[in-house]
Design a protein around this ligand. Structure first.
Ligand code: TXA
Ligand code: MG
Length: 356
């Protein structure tokens, strides 16, 4: 029989938004200790946190987000002692990676200890752990005195929140408190790396590039193939990051071919009487005057500019509304450096990828 999934909760409680202060952090920690949820900023995206060792608290996350129960949560820690509480068998490569990237946007998957409840790991014998860098996230974990399980603080399927306003948009009435730490630094989620099989395997590309990891390890890492049959990271099989309207992602090998193909699609849909939204590099807005809405989103001319694209991406996707556009056409990015994570998210957000 098919397992019944939790429905997203109806609005019933008041959601406070508070800037981080001694008082708001104390309140947040108290809520976590009492088994409630708190949304908080990290350097990647906002997280929706609960005490990772309290199954009843963690299960509230799935209800608030409307998240499928087979998609496990990342456990956030603020010191290495907490890593030993939740994980067993820390391999030598983990130590190398932790020394370089922790605190920061790298999530490592280990064999779990019994203290981590099944609801957090979706019944798996492994646990994903990350030590965030954001001072508010760190302070919240410290004051709560427990590891905090937290997925991104969005409604399941939508783009992850990079501001407190995005969290409010999705979870108003469903959680008691949002700590507002402003815009998040990276704008894309952490990189997820599995270390339980002897060879490091990339489960989700993210803010730390594959190249940066390989440089530290001095060797190539394996890239997990997410097929319908065998999904190593359960989150990868669901529709994700999707804006409120249909989106076509255009992928070409040169900038000129990309502009030409995007223009052609724009013309096609505009001629059908559709209001077209365009997501493109800032320097390309001039080419798409026929569009009803153009959201410029960074550039790929340098790694720094690509980082700005990543930072703005989810906010850009959230800006397109069905009242204004019928379809979105998005320019793709090269699969290099951060471009890999950007393309991973755009591909998942898209209804269709147009490539030659
Ligand atoms: O940057 C981030 O990672 C943000 C912030 C809040 O820390 N969190 C985040 O969580 O993106 P979430 O739940 O949206 O994505 C977690 C991903 C999912 O793809 C999930 O399937 C995978 O990590 N994951 C969690 N536990 C796992 C495990 N034990 N084995 C394999 N994959 C796991
Ligand atoms: Mg998420």
């Amino acid at each position: 029989m098919k397992k019944k999934e939790p429905k997203q909760q109806e609005i019933k409680q008041k959601t406070l938004i508070r800037k981080p202060s001694k008082a708001s952090l104390t309140l947040a920690a108290k809520l976590i200790q009492q088994g409630n949820l708190v949304a908080f900023p990290t350097e990647t995206v906002y997280g929706l946190g609960a005490n990772a060792c309290d199954p009843r608290a963690a299960s509230k996350i799935f209800v608030a987000k409307g998240r499928p129960s087979d998609n496990p949560l990342i456990v956030h820690i603020s010191n290495e002692k907490q890593l030993n509480q939740v994980a067993q068998k820390i391999p030598a490569i983990a130590k190398k990676l932790m020394a370089k990237f922790w605190p920061g946007p790298l999530t490592l998957v280990f064999l779990k200890k019994a203290i981590v409840p099944d609801v957090v790991t979706a019944g798996s014998s492994t646990v994903a752990v990350r030590m965030p860098k954001h001072p508010v996230a760190r302070k919240l974990i410290e004051l709560s005195g427990c590891p905090i399980a937290a997925p991104s603080a969005n409604t399941a399927g939508k783009p992850s929140p990079t501001t407190a306003a995005h969290v409010y948009e999705d979870l108003n009435g469903k959680i008691p408190l949002i700590l507002d730490g402003g815009k998040t630094e990276h704008g894309l989620e952490s990189t997820v790396l599995d270390l339980t099989e002897g060879v490091a395997t990339l489960l989700r590309s993210g803010a730390i590039t594959k190249e940066a990891i390989e440089k530290v390890l001095g060797k190539k890492i394996r890239i997990a193939k997410h097929t319908a049959k065998k999904v190593k990271s359960p989150g990868m099989k669901y529709k994700h990051y999707a804006p409120a309207v249909e989106m076509i992602l255009v992928q070409r090998n040169t900038t000129q071919l990309l502009i030409d193909a995007t223009k052609k699609l724009l013309k096609k849909y505009a001629n059908q009487g559709k209001n077209v939204g365009i997501l493109c590099r800032t320097e390309h807005t001039q080419f798409y005057r026929q569009a009803s809405q153009i959201i410029p989103c960074g550039s790929d001319q340098s790694e720094q500019k690509l980082a700005l694209t990543a930072q703005k991406l989810y906010a850009a996707l959230r800006q397109f509304q069905p009242q204004q556009v019928d379809i979105i056409i998005a320019e793709g990015f090269p699969y290099k450096g951060l471009g890999q994570a950007i393309m991973d998210r755009l591909t998942r957000a898209a209804t269709h990828v147009d490539k030659k």
